[in-house]
Design a protein around this ligand. Structure first.
Ligand SMILES: [Zn+2]
Length: 488
Protein backbone atom coordinates (compact mmCIF):
# COMPACT_ATOMS: atom_id res chain seq x y z
CA UNK A 1 0.00 0.00 0.00
CA UNK A 2 1.29 3.48 -0.83
CA UNK A 3 1.76 6.39 1.54
CA UNK A 4 -0.45 9.41 1.89
CA UNK A 5 0.93 12.52 0.22
CA UNK A 6 1.94 15.55 2.25
CA UNK A 7 -1.41 17.28 1.69
CA UNK A 8 -3.53 14.26 2.57
CA UNK A 9 -1.47 13.62 5.69
CA UNK A 10 -2.01 17.21 6.80
CA UNK A 11 -5.72 17.04 6.17
CA UNK A 12 -8.09 19.60 4.73
CA UNK A 13 -9.39 22.58 6.64
CA UNK A 14 -12.96 23.39 5.81
CA UNK A 15 -12.71 23.48 2.04
CA UNK A 16 -13.60 21.04 -0.70
CA UNK A 17 -10.56 19.17 -2.16
CA UNK A 18 -9.46 21.22 -5.20
CA UNK A 19 -6.01 20.64 -6.76
CA UNK A 20 -4.88 17.31 -8.19
CA UNK A 21 -8.11 15.53 -7.50
CA UNK A 22 -10.43 13.47 -9.61
CA UNK A 23 -14.08 13.66 -8.55
CA UNK A 24 -15.72 10.22 -8.46
CA UNK A 25 -19.10 11.82 -7.78
CA UNK A 26 -20.23 15.24 -9.03
CA UNK A 27 -18.48 17.87 -6.89
CA UNK A 28 -20.64 19.87 -4.43
CA UNK A 29 -22.79 22.28 -6.48
CA UNK A 30 -24.01 25.81 -5.79
CA UNK A 31 -24.94 26.71 -2.20
CA UNK A 32 -28.41 25.71 -1.09
CA UNK A 33 -29.89 25.57 2.43
CA UNK A 34 -29.82 22.52 4.71
CA UNK A 35 -27.60 20.19 2.67
CA UNK A 36 -25.74 17.36 4.43
CA UNK A 37 -24.20 15.20 1.76
CA UNK A 38 -21.17 13.12 0.95
CA UNK A 39 -19.00 13.67 -2.14
CA UNK A 40 -16.09 11.49 -3.15
CA UNK A 41 -12.82 12.48 -4.82
CA UNK A 42 -9.51 10.70 -5.34
CA UNK A 43 -6.16 12.35 -4.70
CA UNK A 44 -4.05 12.04 -7.87
CA UNK A 45 -0.81 12.38 -5.87
CA UNK A 46 -1.25 9.49 -3.41
CA UNK A 47 -4.45 7.69 -4.47
CA UNK A 48 -6.27 8.38 -1.16
CA UNK A 49 -10.03 8.58 -1.28
CA UNK A 50 -11.35 11.91 -0.03
CA UNK A 51 -14.81 11.87 1.51
CA UNK A 52 -16.09 15.42 1.55
CA UNK A 53 -19.05 15.89 3.84
CA UNK A 54 -20.72 19.10 2.68
CA UNK A 55 -22.97 20.66 5.25
CA UNK A 56 -24.83 23.96 4.72
CA UNK A 57 -26.73 26.13 7.16
CA UNK A 58 -30.53 25.87 7.06
CA UNK A 59 -30.95 29.67 6.89
CA UNK A 60 -27.81 31.78 6.56
CA UNK A 61 -27.09 32.19 2.86
CA UNK A 62 -23.59 31.05 1.90
CA UNK A 63 -22.78 29.48 5.30
CA UNK A 64 -21.26 26.05 4.68
CA UNK A 65 -18.82 23.55 6.12
CA UNK A 66 -16.62 20.89 4.55
CA UNK A 67 -15.44 17.97 6.65
CA UNK A 68 -13.01 15.83 4.66
CA UNK A 69 -12.07 12.30 5.73
CA UNK A 70 -9.01 10.77 4.03
CA UNK A 71 -9.12 7.01 3.40
CA UNK A 72 -6.12 5.05 2.16
CA UNK A 73 -6.89 1.35 1.94
CA UNK A 74 -7.14 -1.42 -0.69
CA UNK A 75 -10.88 -1.60 -0.01
CA UNK A 76 -11.41 2.18 -0.17
CA UNK A 77 -12.93 2.33 -3.65
CA UNK A 78 -15.39 -0.51 -2.95
CA UNK A 79 -16.27 1.18 0.32
CA UNK A 80 -16.86 4.74 -0.79
CA UNK A 81 -18.12 4.31 -4.35
CA UNK A 82 -19.79 0.90 -4.40
CA UNK A 83 -20.68 1.10 -0.68
CA UNK A 84 -20.12 -2.56 0.01
CA UNK A 85 -20.63 -3.39 3.71
CA UNK A 86 -17.51 -5.55 4.11
CA UNK A 87 -15.37 -2.86 2.45
CA UNK A 88 -16.82 -0.10 4.65
CA UNK A 89 -16.07 -2.32 7.66
CA UNK A 90 -12.42 -2.57 6.57
CA UNK A 91 -11.98 1.21 6.24
CA UNK A 92 -14.21 2.15 9.20
CA UNK A 93 -11.26 2.94 11.54
CA UNK A 94 -10.27 5.77 9.17
CA UNK A 95 -13.73 7.37 9.15
CA UNK A 96 -15.48 9.71 11.52
CA UNK A 97 -18.94 8.95 12.75
CA UNK A 98 -20.89 11.33 10.54
CA UNK A 99 -19.13 10.07 7.40
CA UNK A 100 -20.04 6.52 8.42
CA UNK A 101 -23.67 7.48 8.92
CA UNK A 102 -23.84 8.99 5.44
CA UNK A 103 -22.18 5.91 3.91
CA UNK A 104 -24.58 3.59 5.73
CA UNK A 105 -27.52 5.65 4.42
CA UNK A 106 -26.71 4.52 0.88
CA UNK A 107 -25.04 1.21 1.69
CA UNK A 108 -25.69 -1.92 -0.41
CA UNK A 109 -28.12 -4.08 1.52
CA UNK A 110 -28.41 -7.14 -0.74
CA UNK A 111 -25.57 -9.08 0.85
CA UNK A 112 -27.36 -10.08 4.04
CA UNK A 113 -24.68 -12.54 5.04
CA UNK A 114 -21.99 -9.83 5.19
CA UNK A 115 -24.29 -7.54 7.15
CA UNK A 116 -25.06 -10.26 9.68
CA UNK A 117 -21.38 -11.11 10.07
CA UNK A 118 -20.69 -7.45 10.84
CA UNK A 119 -23.55 -7.31 13.34
CA UNK A 120 -22.25 -10.39 15.14
CA UNK A 121 -18.73 -8.99 15.28
CA UNK A 122 -17.22 -11.65 13.00
CA UNK A 123 -15.95 -9.01 10.59
CA UNK A 124 -13.32 -6.56 11.85
CA UNK A 125 -15.01 -3.13 12.09
CA UNK A 126 -15.30 -0.20 14.46
CA UNK A 127 -18.00 -0.38 17.08
CA UNK A 128 -19.73 2.67 15.58
CA UNK A 129 -20.06 1.03 12.17
CA UNK A 130 -21.12 -2.25 13.69
CA UNK A 131 -23.79 -0.45 15.69
CA UNK A 132 -25.09 1.38 12.61
CA UNK A 133 -25.32 -1.93 10.73
CA UNK A 134 -27.18 -3.50 13.67
CA UNK A 135 -29.69 -0.66 13.54
CA UNK A 136 -30.08 -0.97 9.79
CA UNK A 137 -30.64 -4.73 9.96
CA UNK A 138 -33.13 -4.39 12.82
CA UNK A 139 -35.30 -1.85 11.04
CA UNK A 140 -35.26 -3.57 7.62
CA UNK A 141 -35.83 -7.15 8.81
CA UNK A 142 -39.36 -8.29 9.63
CA UNK A 143 -39.59 -9.39 13.27
CA UNK A 144 -42.53 -10.88 15.18
CA UNK A 145 -44.61 -8.54 17.36
CA UNK A 146 -43.48 -8.49 20.97
CA UNK A 147 -46.92 -9.58 22.25
CA UNK A 148 -46.99 -10.42 25.93
CA UNK A 149 -43.23 -10.31 26.42
CA UNK A 150 -42.82 -6.71 27.52
CA UNK A 151 -39.70 -5.09 28.83
CA UNK A 152 -40.17 -4.23 32.51
CA UNK A 153 -37.82 -2.39 34.81
CA UNK A 154 -36.20 -4.25 37.71
CA UNK A 155 -38.63 -4.05 40.65
CA UNK A 156 -36.71 -1.62 42.86
CA UNK A 157 -38.72 1.54 42.34
CA UNK A 158 -40.94 3.16 39.74
CA UNK A 159 -42.44 6.60 39.73
CA UNK A 160 -44.65 8.99 37.83
CA UNK A 161 -46.08 12.48 38.43
CA UNK A 162 -49.28 14.43 37.72
CA UNK A 163 -52.87 14.20 39.00
CA UNK A 164 -53.59 10.72 37.56
CA UNK A 165 -50.65 8.47 38.32
CA UNK A 166 -50.12 4.81 37.75
CA UNK A 167 -47.29 2.42 38.50
CA UNK A 168 -47.21 -1.23 37.51
CA UNK A 169 -46.10 -3.45 40.38
CA UNK A 170 -45.98 -6.80 38.61
CA UNK A 171 -47.95 -8.58 35.92
CA UNK A 172 -51.53 -7.38 36.22
CA UNK A 173 -51.16 -5.40 39.47
CA UNK A 174 -50.91 -1.64 39.61
CA UNK A 175 -51.17 1.30 41.96
CA UNK A 176 -53.05 4.41 40.90
CA UNK A 177 -53.15 7.78 42.62
CA UNK A 178 -55.88 10.06 41.45
CA UNK A 179 -57.38 13.41 42.47
CA UNK A 180 -61.18 12.99 42.35
CA UNK A 181 -63.42 15.82 43.62
CA UNK A 182 -60.66 17.28 45.84
CA UNK A 183 -59.74 13.89 47.35
CA UNK A 184 -56.60 11.92 46.58
CA UNK A 185 -57.27 8.17 46.28
CA UNK A 186 -54.49 5.64 46.23
CA UNK A 187 -55.85 2.37 44.81
CA UNK A 188 -54.38 -1.05 44.23
CA UNK A 189 -55.93 -2.85 41.28
CA UNK A 190 -55.42 -6.41 40.04
CA UNK A 191 -56.87 -6.85 36.56
CA UNK A 192 -60.20 -5.00 36.90
CA UNK A 193 -60.64 -5.71 40.62
CA UNK A 194 -59.93 -3.08 43.26
CA UNK A 195 -57.94 -4.73 46.08
CA UNK A 196 -57.90 -1.73 48.42
CA UNK A 197 -58.37 2.02 48.36
CA UNK A 198 -56.73 4.54 50.71
CA UNK A 199 -57.67 8.20 51.09
CA UNK A 200 -54.75 10.63 51.37
CA UNK A 201 -55.82 13.96 52.91
CA UNK A 202 -54.10 16.86 51.25
CA UNK A 203 -55.04 20.17 49.68
CA UNK A 204 -52.26 19.84 47.07
CA UNK A 205 -52.92 19.56 43.36
CA UNK A 206 -49.79 17.81 42.09
CA UNK A 207 -48.29 14.50 43.17
CA UNK A 208 -45.38 12.11 42.74
CA UNK A 209 -45.79 8.41 43.42
CA UNK A 210 -43.22 5.68 43.86
CA UNK A 211 -42.91 2.19 45.30
CA UNK A 212 -39.96 0.54 47.02
CA UNK A 213 -39.25 -3.00 48.22
CA UNK A 214 -38.42 -3.20 51.92
CA UNK A 215 -37.38 -6.37 53.82
CA UNK A 216 -40.89 -6.68 55.32
CA UNK A 217 -42.86 -5.81 52.19
CA UNK A 218 -43.35 -3.12 49.57
CA UNK A 219 -44.12 0.47 50.46
CA UNK A 220 -45.65 3.19 48.35
CA UNK A 221 -44.50 6.75 48.88
CA UNK A 222 -46.77 9.56 47.69
CA UNK A 223 -45.53 13.16 47.65
CA UNK A 224 -48.27 15.73 47.28
CA UNK A 225 -47.04 19.23 46.57
CA UNK A 226 -48.23 22.20 48.63
CA UNK A 227 -51.16 24.10 47.04
CA UNK A 228 -49.13 27.33 47.07
CA UNK A 229 -45.45 27.75 46.25
CA UNK A 230 -43.02 28.07 49.15
CA UNK A 231 -45.10 25.99 51.57
CA UNK A 232 -44.36 22.46 52.59
CA UNK A 233 -45.92 19.50 50.83
CA UNK A 234 -47.07 16.23 52.33
CA UNK A 235 -45.43 12.83 52.25
CA UNK A 236 -47.35 9.59 52.84
CA UNK A 237 -45.97 6.11 53.43
CA UNK A 238 -48.46 3.35 52.57
CA UNK A 239 -48.20 -0.44 52.96
CA UNK A 240 -48.63 -1.84 49.46
CA UNK A 241 -50.00 -5.19 50.74
CA UNK A 242 -52.84 -3.80 52.86
CA UNK A 243 -53.32 -0.16 51.88
CA UNK A 244 -52.70 0.98 55.47
CA UNK A 245 -51.40 4.54 55.66
CA UNK A 246 -48.36 4.06 57.92
CA UNK A 247 -47.69 7.76 58.40
CA UNK A 248 -47.54 11.25 56.94
CA UNK A 249 -45.18 14.18 57.31
CA UNK A 250 -44.30 17.53 55.77
CA UNK A 251 -41.46 17.90 53.27
CA UNK A 252 -39.71 20.41 51.04
CA UNK A 253 -39.04 17.99 48.21
CA UNK A 254 -39.55 19.44 44.77
CA UNK A 255 -39.84 18.39 41.16
CA UNK A 256 -39.84 15.00 39.41
CA UNK A 257 -38.25 12.52 39.02
CA UNK A 258 -38.82 10.68 42.29
CA UNK A 259 -36.40 7.96 43.36
CA UNK A 260 -36.75 5.75 46.41
CA UNK A 261 -34.21 3.50 48.10
CA UNK A 262 -34.63 1.14 51.02
CA UNK A 263 -32.31 1.98 53.96
CA UNK A 264 -31.56 0.04 57.16
CA UNK A 265 -33.98 0.12 60.14
CA UNK A 266 -37.03 0.45 57.90
CA UNK A 267 -36.00 3.90 56.68
CA UNK A 268 -36.51 5.14 53.11
CA UNK A 269 -34.37 7.53 51.08
CA UNK A 270 -36.69 9.79 49.09
CA UNK A 271 -34.98 11.79 46.34
CA UNK A 272 -36.32 14.37 43.93
CA UNK A 273 -34.30 16.67 41.69
CA UNK A 274 -31.78 18.53 43.92
CA UNK A 275 -33.60 17.64 47.20
CA UNK A 276 -33.76 14.58 49.40
CA UNK A 277 -35.30 13.35 52.66
CA UNK A 278 -34.62 10.31 54.80
CA UNK A 279 -37.85 9.14 56.46
CA UNK A 280 -38.63 6.36 58.92
CA UNK A 281 -41.26 3.69 58.31
CA UNK A 282 -43.91 5.92 59.93
CA UNK A 283 -42.99 8.78 57.54
CA UNK A 284 -41.32 10.86 60.29
CA UNK A 285 -38.39 12.81 58.84
CA UNK A 286 -34.83 11.87 59.88
CA UNK A 287 -33.21 14.58 57.75
CA UNK A 288 -33.69 16.67 54.63
CA UNK A 289 -31.05 18.19 52.39
CA UNK A 290 -29.95 19.40 48.99
CA UNK A 291 -27.77 18.11 46.16
CA UNK A 292 -26.25 19.44 42.93
CA UNK A 293 -28.38 17.13 40.77
CA UNK A 294 -30.19 13.88 41.57
CA UNK A 295 -29.31 12.95 45.20
CA UNK A 296 -27.73 9.56 45.94
CA UNK A 297 -27.47 7.64 49.23
CA UNK A 298 -25.45 4.57 50.13
CA UNK A 299 -26.90 2.29 52.82
CA UNK A 300 -24.37 0.94 55.34
CA UNK A 301 -24.90 -1.60 58.14
CA UNK A 302 -27.01 0.54 60.50
CA UNK A 303 -27.02 3.86 58.77
CA UNK A 304 -26.61 5.80 55.57
CA UNK A 305 -23.90 7.80 53.81
CA UNK A 306 -24.95 10.69 51.62
CA UNK A 307 -23.83 13.99 50.13
CA UNK A 308 -25.49 17.09 51.54
CA UNK A 309 -25.23 20.67 50.27
CA UNK A 310 -23.13 22.72 50.77
CA UNK A 311 -20.95 19.77 49.95
CA UNK A 312 -20.01 17.40 52.66
CA UNK A 313 -20.04 13.63 52.81
CA UNK A 314 -22.16 12.70 55.79
CA UNK A 315 -22.66 9.47 57.75
CA UNK A 316 -25.85 9.11 59.82
CA UNK A 317 -27.03 6.40 62.24
CA UNK A 318 -30.50 5.09 61.53
CA UNK A 319 -33.19 5.36 62.70
CA UNK A 320 -31.95 8.10 65.10
CA UNK A 321 -30.38 10.35 62.47
CA UNK A 322 -27.41 11.03 64.72
CA UNK A 323 -24.36 12.23 62.76
CA UNK A 324 -21.33 9.90 62.92
CA UNK A 325 -18.93 11.93 60.85
CA UNK A 326 -18.79 14.38 58.00
CA UNK A 327 -16.01 15.42 55.64
CA UNK A 328 -15.99 18.40 53.27
CA UNK A 329 -15.97 17.49 49.58
CA UNK A 330 -15.99 19.16 46.20
CA UNK A 331 -19.24 20.43 44.68
CA UNK A 332 -18.75 18.11 41.69
CA UNK A 333 -18.32 15.02 43.91
CA UNK A 334 -20.68 12.10 43.49
CA UNK A 335 -21.10 8.81 45.35
CA UNK A 336 -22.26 5.36 44.35
CA UNK A 337 -22.94 2.58 46.84
CA UNK A 338 -20.37 -0.22 46.70
CA UNK A 339 -20.33 -3.54 48.55
CA UNK A 340 -19.50 -4.29 52.18
CA UNK A 341 -19.94 -0.83 53.66
CA UNK A 342 -18.04 1.02 50.97
CA UNK A 343 -18.88 3.83 48.57
CA UNK A 344 -17.25 4.99 45.36
CA UNK A 345 -16.52 8.69 45.60
CA UNK A 346 -15.73 10.46 42.33
CA UNK A 347 -14.42 13.99 42.06
CA UNK A 348 -13.10 15.47 38.83
CA UNK A 349 -10.82 12.85 37.28
CA UNK A 350 -10.34 10.49 40.22
CA UNK A 351 -12.42 7.78 41.82
CA UNK A 352 -11.83 6.50 45.34
CA UNK A 353 -13.29 3.46 47.04
CA UNK A 354 -13.99 4.46 50.65
CA UNK A 355 -14.67 2.23 53.61
CA UNK A 356 -17.40 4.17 55.44
CA UNK A 357 -18.13 1.76 58.29
CA UNK A 358 -15.73 3.07 60.91
CA UNK A 359 -15.56 6.28 62.97
CA UNK A 360 -14.00 8.04 59.97
CA UNK A 361 -13.95 7.22 56.25
CA UNK A 362 -10.88 5.28 55.04
CA UNK A 363 -9.55 5.19 51.46
CA UNK A 364 -9.29 1.59 50.15
CA UNK A 365 -7.90 2.68 46.77
CA UNK A 366 -7.89 5.59 44.39
CA UNK A 367 -7.60 5.52 40.58
CA UNK A 368 -7.80 8.02 37.76
CA UNK A 369 -11.07 7.99 35.84
CA UNK A 370 -14.64 9.15 36.08
CA UNK A 371 -18.27 7.96 35.83
CA UNK A 372 -17.74 4.86 38.00
CA UNK A 373 -20.06 1.89 37.94
CA UNK A 374 -20.06 -0.18 41.14
CA UNK A 375 -19.71 -3.89 40.39
CA UNK A 376 -21.25 -6.81 42.28
CA UNK A 377 -17.91 -8.02 43.67
CA UNK A 378 -17.10 -4.61 45.17
CA UNK A 379 -14.97 -3.55 42.20
CA UNK A 380 -15.66 -0.71 39.82
CA UNK A 381 -15.60 0.11 36.11
CA UNK A 382 -14.27 3.58 35.33
CA UNK A 383 -14.03 5.61 32.16
CA UNK A 384 -10.63 7.01 31.37
CA UNK A 385 -10.05 9.63 28.78
CA UNK A 386 -6.48 9.90 27.54
CA UNK A 387 -4.83 11.98 24.89
CA UNK A 388 -1.58 10.60 23.45
CA UNK A 389 -0.03 12.52 20.58
CA UNK A 390 -3.28 14.39 19.86
CA UNK A 391 -5.26 11.12 19.54
CA UNK A 392 -8.09 10.92 22.02
CA UNK A 393 -8.43 7.46 23.54
CA UNK A 394 -11.26 6.37 25.74
CA UNK A 395 -11.04 3.20 27.72
CA UNK A 396 -13.03 1.53 30.42
CA UNK A 397 -10.82 0.16 33.20
CA UNK A 398 -12.24 -2.52 35.48
CA UNK A 399 -10.88 -2.70 39.05
CA UNK A 400 -11.40 -5.34 41.73
CA UNK A 401 -12.59 -4.52 45.24
CA UNK A 402 -8.92 -4.41 46.28
CA UNK A 403 -7.96 -1.95 43.57
CA UNK A 404 -6.21 -4.34 41.17
CA UNK A 405 -6.87 -3.65 37.53
CA UNK A 406 -8.67 -6.67 36.05
CA UNK A 407 -9.16 -5.62 32.46
CA UNK A 408 -9.39 -2.72 30.06
CA UNK A 409 -12.05 -2.37 27.40
CA UNK A 410 -10.83 -0.04 24.70
CA UNK A 411 -13.45 2.29 23.37
CA UNK A 412 -11.85 4.25 20.55
CA UNK A 413 -15.01 5.69 19.08
CA UNK A 414 -17.50 5.57 21.89
CA UNK A 415 -18.63 8.26 24.29
CA UNK A 416 -20.80 6.07 26.45
CA UNK A 417 -20.11 5.13 30.04
CA UNK A 418 -20.68 1.79 31.78
CA UNK A 419 -24.22 1.90 33.14
CA UNK A 420 -24.96 -1.65 34.28
CA UNK A 421 -23.41 -5.04 34.99
CA UNK A 422 -25.33 -7.91 33.38
CA UNK A 423 -23.15 -10.65 34.90
CA UNK A 424 -19.64 -11.03 36.32
CA UNK A 425 -17.67 -9.97 33.25
CA UNK A 426 -20.45 -8.45 31.18
CA UNK A 427 -20.90 -4.68 31.18
CA UNK A 428 -23.48 -2.57 29.42
CA UNK A 429 -22.63 0.88 28.08
CA UNK A 430 -25.31 3.38 27.13
CA UNK A 431 -25.68 7.01 26.28
CA UNK A 432 -28.39 8.47 24.05
CA UNK A 433 -28.63 6.38 20.91
CA UNK A 434 -25.46 4.37 21.61
CA UNK A 435 -25.57 1.01 23.35
CA UNK A 436 -22.80 -1.57 23.66
CA UNK A 437 -22.27 -4.71 25.70
CA UNK A 438 -18.77 -5.98 26.48
CA UNK A 439 -18.05 -9.53 27.64
CA UNK A 440 -14.54 -9.42 29.05
CA UNK A 441 -12.60 -7.19 26.66
CA UNK A 442 -14.80 -7.91 23.62
CA UNK A 443 -17.82 -5.99 22.41
CA UNK A 444 -20.56 -8.59 21.86
CA UNK A 445 -23.47 -6.25 21.11
CA UNK A 446 -23.35 -2.83 19.51
CA UNK A 447 -26.16 -0.50 18.54
CA UNK A 448 -25.75 2.98 17.14
CA UNK A 449 -28.71 5.11 16.09
CA UNK A 450 -28.19 7.82 13.47
CA UNK A 451 -29.51 11.39 13.75
CA UNK A 452 -29.15 11.64 17.54
CA UNK A 453 -32.11 9.39 18.20
CA UNK A 454 -32.42 7.72 21.61
CA UNK A 455 -32.40 4.07 22.63
CA UNK A 456 -34.11 3.01 25.86
CA UNK A 457 -32.52 0.34 28.01
CA UNK A 458 -34.51 -1.55 30.64
CA UNK A 459 -32.73 -3.94 32.98
CA UNK A 460 -34.35 -6.95 34.52
CA UNK A 461 -33.34 -10.22 36.09
CA UNK A 462 -31.27 -12.10 33.55
CA UNK A 463 -30.41 -9.33 31.13
CA UNK A 464 -31.60 -6.18 29.42
CA UNK A 465 -34.12 -4.96 26.86
CA UNK A 466 -33.04 -2.37 24.34
CA UNK A 467 -35.85 -0.56 22.51
CA UNK A 468 -35.42 1.86 19.62
CA UNK A 469 -37.30 2.85 16.46
CA UNK A 470 -40.11 0.35 17.13
CA UNK A 471 -37.73 -2.58 17.67
CA UNK A 472 -36.90 -4.41 20.91
CA UNK A 473 -33.72 -6.44 21.37
CA UNK A 474 -33.35 -8.89 24.23
CA UNK A 475 -29.84 -9.15 25.63
CA UNK A 476 -29.12 -12.17 27.84
CA UNK A 477 -26.87 -11.89 30.88
CA UNK A 478 -23.94 -13.26 28.85
CA UNK A 479 -24.27 -10.19 26.62
CA UNK A 480 -25.60 -11.97 23.52
CA UNK A 481 -28.67 -10.77 21.69
CA UNK A 482 -31.13 -13.66 21.98
CA UNK A 483 -34.27 -12.13 20.51
CA UNK A 484 -35.61 -9.32 18.39
CA UNK A 485 -39.24 -8.20 18.23
CA UNK A 486 -41.27 -5.37 16.84
CA UNK A 487 -43.40 -3.16 19.09
CA UNK A 488 -47.12 -3.32 18.21
ZN1 LIG B 1 -2.95 12.76 -1.42
Amino acid sequence: MSERCERCRRGFSNSAPKDDVEWLTDPPGAWRPGADELYVARCKRCGSMLLDRWHTDAETEGKEHHDVAVVLHDAARAAVTERRPAAIAAVSPQLRRRHLELLVDRMQLEDRESLERIERGQTEATEAFRGLVAHRLATMTPAPPIGDVLPRPAPSFFSTSGTRLRIDLDAGTRLTLELTRDVWWLTRVRGDAVEWRAELHSAGREALLGAVSMPDGDRAVALIAAPTAGEQGELFVVDVATGAVLGRSMHRLRAAPLELRALPSGCIFVATFQRFAVVRGDASVVCEGGAAAMPVAAPVADGVVLIDAPWRLLSLSLPSGEQRWSVPIDRSAAIAPSRDGHVLLSTGDAVARLDVRGPTPRVAWIASGHTPLALDDGGAALVRDRTDKSTRRIECAVYTARGERRQTISRPDANKAPTAQLSTDVLLFHSGGEVAVAAGEHIVYALSLPDRRTAHVTLDVGGAWVSYDGVVDRIASDGQRVGRWRLG
